[in-house]
Design a binder for this molecule. Structure first.
Ligand code: PRX
Length: 633
């Protein structure tokens, strides 16, 4: 693979990737270990939709993340694990050790009956066992479905059942700053509605000794003692499932995005090395949780397949104080630091003393992901963390894309604050106008689509290909629709402006408004709810709920009811989905056909009620006046 080192390289590589995509990707794929090479690079049809990469190739991704590194880097650190409490010691797990642990966990899974193709639910904290578990699944060709350990029992139940998992890997508890989260308790509650789950393997982290159900629950360490460390890598097909990962949809339940083995491996490796210009021996730290796609692609698979040293952090940025991230950077001499705008904005609020106290001179590259980064946060990050010398690599991508799509290339592409920038080689974005026509000139503003397949694109929604087609390939037939709006300037640089559907991004997490609405209406006093996003200084977007009760709650009882509604949402989805603002209203603005006019609600939530546009088509225009009067500023 050619490493892009200059602007000319970029343009040459980009041109080649568009003119001869199959040759381009075959060259890159040539660097990996294959059990059998492909007979054809690509078959695709965005109308069906169907996409296959590296057809007939056989491989195992863990041979590429582990075995192939052993001759040169057995003793190099693969994972630095920094625990929640800074007073506890960090662990350095070498490639040899990681290989051994993955094989042992793989054998433990096999001993519990897990076979190729089985789905394994992983509901675990940020501990090394979680990385072993993911790779162990991949080792034996099982499909992992990691559920972020901040989700509630209800969300976990839905995901376990949707993926048809019959085994759950978890831990007794999770540390989050000064709190302990009772993970096993949440699993127990979730499993009351998961009749197919026969086995739970529990790692011990917090030592909280939760009750164990005989015949179902096993201690991880006891089971591990029964197996050896030799586990040959199962042969998987290029298009076999590697994992399922759920993401919120604008309607209905979360979608289980399906990623497959070969394309995902090639692409996450290529983009990791290209965007960050990873150099041999560097320490790389992505602060995401492995429960999200960022953790999958850029804590585990991308860095490990590149033979990098990847840091896994169990804690939170604010505990014991706001200097925690910078302490970790200093302690481990981190070279590449990759985080989310929401974290940057909250760190920005803390006194600068927390930054100044630490030596950040090891940093070479800064990254951002998850939501548009506002210019102020970009400048603060660049100046105070990067000391004006580290490029800010603002990577735009999605759970569905598997890897970076539009992103600066560190030190190569000239930066523009708050712009994701140019497409990476192999990525062919386009901007569509309101009529669904491609805008071929720049500057342009419209909806962001991708015209041509890339290797790590999701192949389907688990168990629902029709929904996959409707969500991503029907708005603009023949194109993959991202759900995002964007602007492209005259230099061809993209700036992502945010979602154009009913998904809101709260602290970098995608949440479907429909899902939150349905959780709110689970409260016995609520008859109907509408949820919209509004600009929030730290979270990017906050959650604003308009709630219709069976009766209008008296003023004095409203705060209590708000708290109950928030608790209901936390119980059903998870604390991240709790509404920030709840306004009680006697009705929602609806058209005569019964459709909620969210445009009006969005304006009210944004605090802009001066011009609500045409309200004459509303069934009852009076509700708008009431909503305006009661708006929460
Ligand atoms: O709206 C875009 C926003 O996050 C969405 C994808 O969210 P998710 O699937 O959870 O993946 C997050 C991690 C890749 C996108 O549709 N988004 C992500 N990165 C950026 C972004 N918006 C602007 N700039 C980014 N760098």
């Amino acid at each position: 693979m050619k490493i892009i080192q200059s602007l000319t390289d970029y343009h040459n590589e980009y041109r080649r990737s568009v003119e001869q995509p199959e040759i381009f990707w075959a060259d890159i794929a040539g660097d990996f270990v294959w059990k059998t090479k492909w007979s054809k690079v690509l078959e695709w049809d965005f109308h069906k939709p169907e996409v296959k990469w590296f057809i007939d190739a056989k491989l195992n991704i863990t041979e590429n993340c582990l075995d192939r590194h052993l001759p040169q880097r057995a003793n190099q650190t693969a994972i630095i694990w920094e625990p929640n409490n800074p007073r506890d010691e960090a662990r350095h797990i070498t490639y040899a050790e990681l290989h051994r642990e993955v094989c042992r966990v793989a054998n433990m899974l096999k001993a519990h009956g897990v076979k190729k193709g089985d789905r394994v639910c992983i509901y675990m904290p940020m501990i090394p066992e979680t990385a072993y578990a993911m790779l162990a699944c991949a080792r034996i060709g099982a499909v992992h479905s990691v559920v972020f350990a901040g989700f509630s029992a209800g969300s976990l139940t839905d995901r376990i059942n949707d993926a048809g998992c019959n085994i759950v890997l978890t831990a007794d508890g999770a540390y989050r700053g000064d709190k302990i989260i009772n993970l096993k308790g949440i699993v127990d509650e979730a499993l009351q509605k998961c009749p197919d789950v026969k086995t739970v393997l529990m790692a011990e982290r917090t030592g909280t000794k939760p009750p164990m159900q005989a015949g179902r629950d096993y201690y991880w360490n006891d089971e591990l003692k029964k197996v050896n460390e030799i586990c040959p890598a199962e042969e998987t097909d290029a298009e076999d499932l590697l994992f399922i990962l759920y993401t919120s949809g604008s309607t209905g339940k979360p979608k289980g995005m399906v990623h497959t083995c070969a394309g995902y491996m090639v692409y996450t490796n290529y983009t990791f090395r290209t965007a960050f210009q990873y150099r041999e021996g560097e320490v790389y730290w992505c602060t995401a949780d492995v429960g999200w796609i960022t953790g999958h692609s850029y804590i585990i698979y991308g860095p490990l397949s590149a033979g990098a040293t990847t840091l896994m952090f169990e804690g939170v940025p604010s505990w014991p104080d706001w200097g925690r991230f910078w302490q970790v950077v200093e302690r481990h001499r981190v070279n590449i630091f990759y985080t989310a705008p929401t974290a940057i904005r909250s760190l920005q609020q803390a006194p600068l003393e927390f930054v100044r106290r630490h030596d950040l001179s090891s940093l070479r590259v800064l990254g951002s992901v998850g939501e548009p980064i506002n210019e102020e946060a970009w400048q603060w990050y660049h100046k105070n963390i990067g000391k004006g010398k580290c490029p800010v690599v603002d990577t735009w991508w999605q759970t569905e894309t598997g890897g970076f799509m539009i992103s600066p290339i560190s030190d190569v592409l000239p930066l523009k604050p708050a712009h994701a920038g140019l497409p990476l080689p192999g990525v062919q974005p386009a901007v569509m106008d309101e009529q669904g026509k491609e805008i071929t000139t720049s500057p342009a503003e419209g909806r962001l689509v991708i015209k041509y397949p890339w290797p790590s694109m999701a192949r389907t929604i688990y168990g629902n290909h029709q929904r996959f087609k409707e969500t991503y390939f029907s708005t603009f037939p023949g194109y993959y629709f991202t759900g995002d709006g964007c602007r492209r300037d005259s230099d061809g640089y993209y700036r992502i402006t945010g979602r154009v559907d009913d998904i809101i991004i709260v602290s970098g997490h995608n949440l479907g408004t429909a899902e939150i609405e349905s959780a709110i209406t689970e409260h016995s006093s609520v008859c109907e709810a509408a949820v919209v996003g509004y600009p929030h200084d730290i979270k990017g977007q906050g959650i604003y709920a308009f709630v219709v009760g069976y009766t209008m709650p008296p003023e004095l009882e409203q705060e209590k009811l708000r708290q109950e509604i928030r608790d209901t949402v936390a119980r059903i989805i998870g604390p991240i989905a709790k509404p920030d603002k709840i306004q009680f209203v006697s009705g929602l603005p609806k058209t005569r056909s019964g459709k909620i006019m969210r445009r009006i609600l969005r304006k009210v939530a944004e605090g802009d009620t001066s011009n609500l546009g045409d309200t004459t088509t509303l069934l009852d225009p009076n509700v708008v006046e009431e909503i305006k009067r009661g708006a929460i500023g």
